[in-house]
Write a protein that binds this ligand. Structure first.
Ligand code: SF4
Length: 410
């Protein structure tokens, strides 16, 4: 049975040769560790700035210019600078880069760098980081979900994706300004390491991302979401994707389509323009497309947000809504969606579905997405259409995790 609660523990403090992982420590932890080896806090700060500071991003003790010789020697003997090994960079036609990293145990993860399309002050370059190898959530529209979960990433493995994004691409695309935890995995199933990684990314002497520009996404793990909202100031995205819970829709959807195909076959009637029963049924189902909903229903998810957001100033949650033709994109859905988010300070992003091999869904047409957006806007929602980036190289939303790559031996 799928476990939604735990992604498998991993200490993440040391590597296999028992060296301490520098990027797995918050600043105060690094300071203590440095002190425990007989060095001053000032040296911890100099080290921190060299690991995370602009233009240095030290990956090795040789790159620690200006640090005391003994301190460097101690670091080379007791500490590991790198948690990831760069395997490959693939560039999509629109400039999106997919980076493949090999982990210490041979598994492979993917990170995506999405360069800004604007060249003015609104310019924002985003790195999309993975938080797990694979994912246990099994969302039906997602390629990563088909891999199952191999393990949680450590904080060091998460942080280093952002460091690599800056060190590899700043000179090409400009500063990496935004981080989204929307790569492989359900971030909140690995909440301890995700909160730690986010803290490290925010530190003002290091990577110094703004909390509102670090967005953690969830498929709807309610208790962990509550904890995240209490403990973090980073932005939250909730992957919503449906407006009803109904249990039997999947069965009806399948039955209706089988019946339809049978009638087509046996009566030789002509096609009805590709319209299936499912498209006309008005039955949608979050239980089906996002199995986590069987445990934490829409009502509970949204009520939790309503309650928790009361304690946060000037904070909006981002709802992500992947549009699937005939499944969640009709007028009734738009009306229900507007109702559901009532009372929750929020924005809604409508995303086009990125097809992948073997997927049973089709993307909603652009025209229909615009109609859906307009209707939501008329109903008072702040809503945006987001274009897909990097889809020709399987670097777009829901396309990460080539099973051939990530199933490398342990
Ligand atoms: Fe996991 Fe996110 Fe894919 Fe769902 S959409 S299976 S939570 S990676």
């Amino acid at each position: 049975e799928t476990s939604f609660e735990s992604g498998g523990e991993r200490s993440g403090i040391t590597n296999r040769s028992s060296k301490v992982l520098l990027k797995g420590m918050r600043y105060d932890e690094l300071e203590k560790w440095v002190h425990s080896h007989g060095y001053r806090p000032g040296q911890a700060l100099m080290l921190w700035k060299r690991i995370y500071g602009n233009g240095i991003w030290a990956h090795h003790s040789d790159q620690l210019e200006g640090l005391n010789k003994d301190f460097k020697k101690m670091l080379s003997e007791s500490a590991e600078f790198k948690a990831l090994a760069l395997k490959q960079v693939i560039t999509a036609a629109d400039g999106t880069r997919k980076i493949l990293f090999t982990l210490e145990d041979g598994l492979v993860i993917e990170t995506v760098v999405i360069p800004s399309v604007a060249s003015d002050s609104r310019s924002r370059n985003t790195v999309c980081v993975s938080s797990q190898v694979g994912c246990a959530m099994n969302c039906q529209f997602c390629y990563t979900g088909r891999m199952g979960l191999r393990r949680n990433l450590t904080a060091a493995e998460i942080v280093e994706q952002a460091v690599f994004a800056r060190s590899l691409f700043t000179s090409e695309v400009g500063d990496i300004t935004n981080v989204v935890f929307m790569g492989m995995g359900e971030p909140l199933q690995n909440i301890d390491n995700v909160l730690k990684a986010a803290d490290i990314m925010l530190h003002d002497q290091g990577l110094y991302f703004s909390p509102r520009k670090v967005t953690v996404s969830t498929s709807g793990l309610v208790p962990q979401m509550r904890r995240f909202l209490k403990e973090s100031n980073c932005a939250l995205a909730v992957s919503l994707n449906a407006t009803t819970d109904e249990v039997f829709t999947f069965i009806l959807f399948e039955l209706a389509n089988h019946m339809y195909m049978w009638i087509e076959e046996h009566t030789c009637t002509h096609s009805h323009g590709g319209i299936t029963f499912a498209q006309t049924s008005h039955l949608q189902v979050r239980n089906w497309i996002m199995p986590i909903n069987r445990k934490y229903k829409l009502d509970l998810l949204l009520q939790t947000l309503r309650e928790e957001l009361r304690f946060k100033n000037n904070y909006k949650v981002l709802f992500e809504y992947v549009m699937l033709a005939g499944i969640n994109d009709n007028v009734e859905d738009a009306k229900r969606l507007a109702d559901l988010v009532q009372g929750i300070p929020c924005k809604i992003n409508l995303l086009s579905f990125n097809p992948h091999s073997g997927s049973q869904f089709r993307p909603t047409s652009e025209e229909k997405m615009v109609e859906f957006r307009n209707l939501l806007a008329e109903l008072g929602c702040r809503v945006f259409l987001r274009s897909s980036r990097g889809d020709d190289q399987m670097a777009a939303c829901g396309q990460l995790g080539n099973p051939d790559v990530v199933q490398a031996p342990l």
